[in-house]
Ligand binder design. Structure first.
Ligand code: NCD
Length: 313
């Protein structure tokens, strides 16, 4: 198994074999995380710094837990919104932290491309925990692991991604990952929430849930990213729920064993019905959270190995 990357900045740079290497290693961590002793020492002696310039619950918690379970020294920097105004500030912060010799830097930032920029300035491995509307690679990887475990495979599935595609880094990373593994993708949502370059993605686009959901194996719902909207993208939340909110009636158009996914945080009653989200026979939303810790452990282990090898060379 070779995973030749220095950083994990996006799915774009990964080959199918890289993706499968992370998922296969993550499977071993799913098992470890279900034991009472969850400790390993593969990152023992290494330092992980988490820098979140944007709010996060699941991603930050799971990166922190992942590092601790692998035995790293983990530090969380809570970055105030006021410190992110200028690119210079970001680079200055990165240089300061770099001088403290971290081995792994986990970064979330509201600007697309900010994490790539930062990776060019530091000596350690950088993991993108979400940059603007660009990429969120570990989310796509945890989604892939969840799908593979639920469906028994990760190719030739019909997968619908629904809602606010335009503002979603989760959608972008998932479209790339699932496309690389030869799945059939459909994007469903109002035209105002579709990205302008949609033609380049090699996907089918639907405006109507009842057409788009027909016979799909996986339904991935997305949150309306209101913080990234600068005007009226939808008439009202009520109208949106009526047309695009996933409920049992709309789901009945998908395959009978179709699974329901959502990266969180959910707006119940806006993009998804709360009862459906909690239905463990259909919804794998809690599995996604569980897979998140395992996938992040795997990604950090692979990057740390390369990091240590580079230093020895
Ligand atoms: C997503 C994110 O931050 O991009 N959440 C997550 O990481 N679990 C999706 C979202 O914010 O809607």
């Amino acid at each position: 198994m070779t995973f030749a990357h220095r950083h994990l900045l996006g799915i774009e740079q990964l080959k199918p074999d890289d993706i499968l290497a992370i998922l296969d290693l993550a499977e071993t961590y799913v098992d470890l995380n279900r034991k009472s002793d969850k400790h390993s020492d593969v990152l023992s002696g290494l330092t992980q710094i988490n820098m979140f310039f944007e709010n996060s619950t699941r991603t930050q918690a799971s990166f922190e837990l992942a590092g601790m379970r692998l035995g790293a020294d983990v530090m969380n920097m809570s970055m105030q919104a006021s410190s992110i105004k200028k690119g210079e500030t970001l680079i200055d912060t990165a240089m300061t932290l770099n001088a403290m010799h971290p081995d792994l830097l986990v970064v979330r930032h509201p600007h697309s491309g900010a994490v790539d920029l930062l990776a060019q300035k530091v000596n350690c491995a950088v993991l993108n925990a979400g940059d603007g509307r660009h990429e969120h690679p570990t989310q796509a990887l945890l989604d892939a692991l969840t799908i593979r475990r639920a469906k028994g495979r990760l190719h030739r599935l019909n997968i619908a991604i629904c809602g606010d595609i335009a503002h979603s880094r989760v959608a972008r990373s998932n479209i790339m990952l699932l496309g690389k593994l030869e799945n059939r993708l459909r994007l469903i949502g109002p035209p105002t929430l579709m990205p302008a370059q949609i033609g380049e993605f090699g996907v089918e686009v639907y405006e109507d849930m009842s057409e788009g959901l027909k016979d799909v194996d996986v339904v991935m719902m997305l949150r309306l990213q209101k913080e990234r909207m600068d005007g009226g993208f939808i008439p009202s939340e009520r109208e949106y729920y009526h047309r695009y909110g996933l409920d049992a009636a709309k789901l009945s158009l998908a395959k009978p064993d179709a699974i329901v996914m959502h990266p969180g945080p959910m707006n119940r009653g806006v993009e998804i019905d709360g009862t459906l989200a909690d239905d463990i026979n259909r919804s794998v939303i809690q599995d996604q959270v569980e897979m998140g810790v395992a996938v992040r452990m795997a990604a950090m282990e692979l990057l740390a190995r390369n990091q240590v090898a580079r230093r020895m060379a």
